[in-house]
Design a protein around this ligand. Structure first.
Ligand SMILES: N[C@@H](CC(=O)c1ccccc1NC=O)C(=O)O
Length: 375
């Protein structure tokens, strides 16, 4: 594995937000005016900042996305990808461990490819709790892939630690670009939530989790005006991991080649511009970002967590990059756990967190579990 940091020195120094801590939570800051400008000034800097694979000290950019798929995918999909996907990764060269979705499907009771609409990708995979009670909470997972690659078949990796604790995991499919338009994707994930609320009364309490582009879509779900739908899903929490909340900078990067968004489309689909005045008091929102996310990604998370009028915690996860920050959801023990065992603290300083050792050896799936068990 390469330990080389691929990002250009100059832009890294310029946008770095200080020395990494083992992990910290910051309290919600006063509401800020939006929009603010992206600090990545030159076109090349923008391209770099919106290329998450360039910022990992763990693997080089040609390997890291293959490795990500090898951790997350269903076996069939991985084999399909051995032919390569020009939009987000090259040919799959390495299978580092058994693909996570395949493993999850083999071990959990599932309902796969449940249609929530008529489109080919408007489908859900449901991983049921091992010992389901009469009613159970569900974590709805929205995959990343820059709105143009990956699928719900890369989302089951997150299920095993949760289903064993009585939580259902629901992986959402949506139309990726270029077939899918940004407006469509947002509508689809909203509809998938409405469908779950209508069709699965045994689900009591929905928790959203999205990675990268999926965190963007999850944030758009939080800003939904449900009066347009027949039902209001009971969303009790959201964990937004390494997301993009302002789409405008993306207009000027390769990411928009497939998305083909206009400025209006980018604006109306930017959660940063559509923060609801209030989410239900009981809804906990955690914005998580990786130490080795690009400074632009880190800025986006920080600013989204500050612009909201509701209660949001920002969690800066040490020692992880844009990809393993979410891959580790498949592990029973990783980062965010112990935080949850005392409730996610909203008003806590870096020193307090470090002093209490809250972040040694816990996992984001455990944070989710703790969020769920407190509800
Ligand atoms: N071309 C991008 C790919 C990427 O961002 C990505 C790939 C897989 C899963 C999530 C990703 N990012 C956000 O959705 C990169 O350079 O990393």
């Amino acid at each position: 594995m390469s330990a080389e940091v691929r990002a250009p020195r100059q832009s890294r120094a310029r946008f770095s937000s200080g020395p990494p801590v083992r992990g910290f939570l910051v309290a919600p800051a006063p509401r800020r005016r939006w929009p603010r400008r992206s600090p990545a000034a030159s076109p090349q800097a923008l391209e770099d900042h919106y290329s998450p694979s360039r910022w990992s000290p763990r693997l080089d950019r040609d390997t890291i996305i293959d490795a990500h798929l090898a951790v997350t995918a269903a076996g069939e999909n991985v084999r399909h990808r051995e032919r390569g996907c020009a939009r987000c990764h090259g040919p799959l060269l390495h299978r580092l461990q058994p693909p996570g979705t395949e493993r999850a499907r083999a071990s959990a009771q599932t309902l796969l490819h449940v249609p929530y609409g008529s489109g080919d990708r408007e489908k859900l995979d449901i991983y049921f709790p091992t010992d389901p009670s009469e009613t159970f909470p569900a974590l709805v997972y929205i995959h990343g892939g820059y709105w143009q690659c990956m699928s719900k078949d890369d989302s089951g990796f997150a299920a095993p630690p949760l289903v064993s604790q009585g939580v259902a995991v629901v992986a959402v499919g949506y139309d990726i670009a270029p077939e899918g338009h940004m407006d469509t994707m947002v509508l689809q994930v909203r509809r998938s939530l409405a469908f779950l609320a209508e069709q699965y009364p045994r689900i009591r309490g929905i928790y959203l989790c999205g990675h990268s582009a999926g965190a963007h879509l999850a944030a758009m779900v939080l800003s939904t005006d449900w009066t347009e739908f027949q039902v209001v899903p009971d969303i009790k929490g959201a964990v937004l991991v390494s997301g993009v909340y302002d789409l405008e900078p993306i207009l000027h990067t390769y990411v928009n080649d497939a998305l083909n968004m206009s400025r209006e489309v980018a604006q109306r689909n930017s959660p940063m511009r559509h923060v609801p005045p209030a989410v239900p008091a009981a809804c906990e929102v955690l914005v998580a970002v990786a130490q080795h996310d690009s400074p632009e990604f880190r800025r986006q998370s920080q600013e989204y967590s500050q612009v909201t009028g509701w209660s949001v915690s920002l969690l800066d996860l040490a020692g992880v990059d844009h990809f393993d920050v979410i891959e580790k959801l498949s592990e029973d023990s990783y980062l965010l756990t112990q935080v949850g065992s005392r409730a996610v603290p909203r008003q806590i300083t870096c020193q307090e967190v470090q002093g209490q050792g809250l972040f040694t050896g816990c996992s984001s799936s455990q944070v989710i579990l703790n969020m769920i068990s407190r509800a």
